[in-house]
Design a protein around this ligand. Structure first.
Ligand SMILES: [Ca+2]
Ligand SMILES: [Ca+2]
Ligand SMILES: [Ca+2]
Length: 350
């Protein structure tokens, strides 16, 4: 049984503030090669290659935006990866594919990180690699097959993110060690102990329970639960968070994509209890020390909603802020006749 109130702080402390705390932007220092290797998951082997494509050579190709040629590349890819597009909808950017032992495989990427996609006997499945895109770059062009001798074998580089001054969210990369072969045993990668559809690596990276199909014990298995970490609740503050989470009009495929999640960093129990309608959600603890190794080194947070600020003079009036990668908006919220009325107070667009 998972306790809803496992944090030592009270709901009051986790969800409300008396004064709006300024969100501070802490610039993270990029990892050195030594630090990346020290943090490397044990299931990954990193081998030095004698001949290789450098990050620079490979990324010039991927950044080839010069009109016609790029269009041609995109068209070629759309045809080549048609089968994967049909099975996985639009949730993934697909890199390369390969047939291996009666199955089709493809290396792919979404907002959470890198995945290995598989189609076997008309059934799709996806396996999370647990390698941060803040540290690992996989080459777009690779002459060798990506699966060989029972292992995923990807050529690439170790990289660091360079913050572009004045443009948060527009990060660029630079290589800190070229010529690496990242090798992961397929059996280890595909291990799904509780058989719920998410591999153990994924569940450990995002704080789900790899030994139970139903992490939060609400009777709905992780794979189909829109909020697999916490039991949903009905409360006016939960409702407020449900109104403020981003919506994606015109993207109905999200619901069909069990690998697409929006991740929020919060300790607020009312926020944890939301039932999103357009996509699945995951939550990370606010305390960096409580984050998984993967979350500590990967920025998967594209949206956020603040704690709720109370108004002493008007107990039914609250203030709350939401933000995305390039803007933030402040709201006043009043609960009247059983529903919230939101008033936009202003915002910033970066
Ligand atoms: Ca699982
Ligand atoms: Ca599970
Ligand atoms: Ca559940």
């Amino acid at each position: 049984m998972v306790s809803l109130y496992s944090c030592s702080k009270s709901i009051e402390e986790n969800c409300f503030v008396s004064d709006q705390e300024e969100r501070e932007y802490v610039e993270e220092k990029p990892f050195t090669v030594k630090e990346i290797l020290a943090e490397k998951p044990s299931y990954v082997q990193i081998i030095d290659l004698k001949s290789f494509r450098t990050f620079k050579e490979d990324s010039i190709y991927t950044h080839e935006y010069d009109g016609k040629k790029y269009e041609l590349i995109l068209n070629e890819k759309a045809t080549e990866y048609k089968n994967f597009r049909n099975y996985f909808h639009k949730g993934f950017v697909i890199y390369k594919q390969q047939n291996y032992r009666n199955a089709q495989y493809a290396l792919a990427k979404n907002d959470l990180g890198y995945w290995l996609l598989k189609i076997a006997n008309g059934k799709p499945s996806a396996y999370f690699l647990g390698l941060s895109f803040s540290h690992y770059y996989f080459n777009e062009i690779q002459d060798q097959p990506i699966i060989k001798d029972g292992s995923l074998q990807i050529e690439g580089s170790l990289v660091k993110i360079i913050q572009v001054a004045g443009l948060p969210g527009y990060d660029d990369y630079s290589a800190i060690a070229d010529g690496k072969l990242f090798k992961i045993n397929l059996t280890a990668l595909m291990k799904d102990t509780d058989q719920d559809g998410y591999n153990d690596i994924f569940e450990k990276c995002f704080g789900l329970n790899p030994d139970h199909q139903d992490s939060d014990g609400d009777g709905v298995n992780d794979f189909v639960d829109v909020n697999p970490m916490y039991q949903s609740g009905k409360n006016k503050f939960t409702e407020l968070y449900e109104m403020l989470i981003p919506n994606y009009a015109g993207t109905p495929d999200f619901q069909k994509d069990p690998y697409h999640f929006v991740v929020f960093k919060t300790d607020c129990d009312y926020f944890h209890q939301i039932t999103p309608s357009e996509y699945k959600v995951l939550f990370a603890p606010e305390d960096k020390d409580k984050e998984s190794r993967y979350l500590r080194s990967t920025d998967v947070y594209h949206f956020g909603i603040s704690k709720i600020k109370k108004n002493k003079a008007f107990p039914e009036r609250f203030y709350i802020e939401k933000w995305g990668s390039s803007s933030s908006t402040n709201y006043a919220a009043e609960y009247r006749n059983g529903k919230w009325e939101l008033e936009m107070l202003g915002g910033i667009v970066i």
